[in-house]
Design a binder for this molecule. Structure first.
Ligand code: AMP
Ligand code: TRP
Length: 329
């Protein structure tokens, strides 16, 4: 039986946080066993919403590679590469852009939302590149003829559009491409310290590579059960954000903490200390690996270089088929 093929990508747009880890990477690491995987640091995608200052891109790519490798992505098992190192992504993006009706791009629900949201922050992304973001994402996926795409829920509308673009290509030229399916990971939305979805744009994240002090400080700021005002008030773990994290990082002590909280036998300060200690402990092996890797930047660069070589071979074969189907040189 041939393995299925996976493609997924992430934008190198800042510090990798626990939402990225639990919502995506942890799952990717497991998928490496059963699928042929392509994972890409999509630097061109990062330009779709932030194009003015590009000076930090190299550093962010390097950091993301460190995060991925320390979280368990294995270059022996998966193809790990930077999008802009494989120029075929740009060629296919261009060709897809010729045959995609504008109205399809304009009706993607995240398009207008994000345009407005970033507009309010004073960022003008009324650009051709931002509108065409799903084209680039489609090119990423189909260059490798991936059939499965692990993503967060927010990406499902993009994937739906990808399938439409693929159907159009297959109908107009030749049926070259499989229609990929999305795959959601189990903890689909991790809350941040304020209870909303953990996200860089809310400033509520806990950095994956944060030091023990940083993680403890972030946990200390977490909102708890809003009804529990005084130490002597009984708490309700079911509505407490800290408890959500205990369930993820501290399964063993969970039921004891829940009982103690309901009886007001443990206060929020101590409860948070216990959580932070567990988080730090569980992240420690990955942090250690990250530290080791960060001392070997040339090795990390070589991993990305070798990944791009492997990706390029597949991408070039696909482009040969595409050009032939479209009667292009
Ligand atoms: P982003 O940082 O928003 O570009 O997301 C990169 C990846 O991490 C995507 O697969 C997201 O679905 C996932 N992700 C980001 N934030 C969260 C979160 N709070 N909970 C779960 N997954 C997340
Ligand atoms: N758009 C995705 C995000 O912002 C990243 C991405 C780019 C991607 N190309 C992809 C995800 C292809 C899956 C498949 O999270």
């Amino acid at each position: 039986m041939t393995k299925g093929r996976i493609f997924s990508g992430m934008q190198p747009s800042g510090r990798f946080h626990l939402g990225n880890y639990l919502g995506a990477l942890e799952n990717w690491v497991k998928l490496q066993r059963d699928y042929e995987c392509f994972f890409s640091i999509v630097d061109w995608h990062a330009l779709t919403s932030s194009y003015e200052d590009t000076s930090k891109i190299p550093e962010r790519i390097h950091d993301m590679a460190l995060d991925w490798l320390s979280a368990g992505l294995d270059p022996e098992k998966s193809v790990i590469f930077v999008q802009s190192h494989v120029k075929e992504h740009a060629e296919l993006h261009l060709l897809l852009s010729m045959m995609t009706p504008l109205s399809w791009l304009e009706r993607v629900p995240t398009y207008k939302d994000k345009l407005q949201q970033l507009g309010e922050q004073g960022k003008d992304i009324n650009t051709y590149g931002f509108l065409g973001y799903p084209e680039l994402m489609t090119a990423d996926i189909i260059l490798y003829k991936a059939d499965t795409v692990p993503v967060g829920e927010d990406q499902l509308p993009h994937l739906e559009l990808s399938r439409e673009i693929i159907r159009r290509f297959n109908y107009l030229y030749q049926p070259i491409f499989p229609e990929p399916a999305g795959m959601l990971s189990k903890s689909s939305v991790l809350p941040g310290i304020d209870g909303r979805k953990m996200s860089k744009s809310y400033g509520n994240e806990i950095p994956f590579a944060g030091s023990a002090e940083e993680i403890t400080a972030r946990v200390r700021l977490m909102v708890t059960d809003p009804q529990r005002v005084k130490r002597t008030d009984k708490g309700n773990p079911d509505v407490c954000n800290v408890y959500t994290f205990h369930k993820l990082f501290n399964q063993e002590q969970c039921s004891e903490i829940s009982i103690a909280c309901r009886a007001a036998e443990i206060g929020c300060v101590d409860c948070k200390k216990r959580l932070a200690a567990q988080m730090v402990e569980q992240l420690a092996p990955m942090h250690e690996k990250r530290l080791e890797l960060s001392a070997k930047p040339a090795m990390v660069a070589e991993i990305l270089h070798a990944g791009a070589e492997r990706a390029r071979k597949v991408a070039q074969d696909t482009m040969a088929e595409v050009r032939s189907a479209m009667h292009l040189g």
